[in-house]
Design a protein around this ligand. Structure first.
Ligand SMILES: [Zn+2]
Length: 213
């Protein structure tokens, strides 16, 4: 399911200020707070938003960053990259084309740790070769994603049969700000008849809180 302009507008506000309240996001996107809330829930459920985390200023939390380029046998690159990704000091693992085939980004507390990492972690596996290791001396820009990628999309599983929902306009049942998605009208009907009681109860509860907030 593709994002529309409203989703993109919401994301753009939150990528700049992850702590913006629903009301602030709504005001800045000319949407209503319930619309923002419903769309955020959908983007979380669709796997696009993984969470909200603080962004640390590198100058206030000094760390040594280093890029280590590796050449490992092609048939081992997959397993090697997964093993590297599990190490706590590894902040990024990238497969590359060029002299090396893996690029590792390290975040450690001091230079000695870079050396230890290269000597202990990387020299042991046979057939691995360190092509280069570059310690960052000054960071000019180090931003996590602040642009909404054009190809961003949401992936849902059918709430009834759990298969992937492929349609861009999925069958759905909405209760307040929660949406249930279905791959086809049959699944939607089956879900409605199986969970009709719960859906009606949830709707009744919403009506009660709307009347007596
Ligand atoms: Zn289904």
């Amino acid at each position: 399911m593709k994002l529309d302009e409203k989703d993109t507008a919401i994301l753009e506000v939150l990528l700049k200020d992850g702590r913006a309240s629903l009301r602030e996001v709504a005001a800045r996107t000319s949407l209503t707070a319930p619309t923002v809330s419903m769309r955020l829930a959908r983007m979380r459920r669709g796997g696009l938003i993984r969470g909200f985390a603080p962004v640390l200023d590198p100058s206030a939390s000094p760390q040594v960053a280093a890029f280590v380029r590796l050449r490992v046998p092609a048939e081992k690159a997959g397993a090697a990259s997964e093993a590297l990704a599990r190490l706590p000091e590894v902040e990024g693992v990238y497969m590359t084309a060029g002299e090396g085939n893996l690029l590792v980004r390290l975040g450690v507390d001091d230079l000695a740790e870079v050396e230890t990492f290269v000597e202990d972690r990387l020299s042991a596996p046979s057939g691995w070769r360190v092509v280069s290791s570059d310690v960052v001396t000054k960071s000019i820009k180090d931003a996590s994603r602040v642009r909404v990628p054009r190809a961003a999309s949401l992936k849902f599983r059918c709430d009834y049969c759990h298969q992937e929902v492929r349609s861009d306009r999925p069958h759905s049942i909405r209760v307040g700000q929660t949406s249930h998605y279905f791959c086809c009208s049959t699944c939607r009907k089956s879900y409605a008849s199986k969970h009709g009681g719960e859906l009606a109860a949830a709707r009744a509860k919403l009506r009660r809180t709307a009347l007596h907030p």
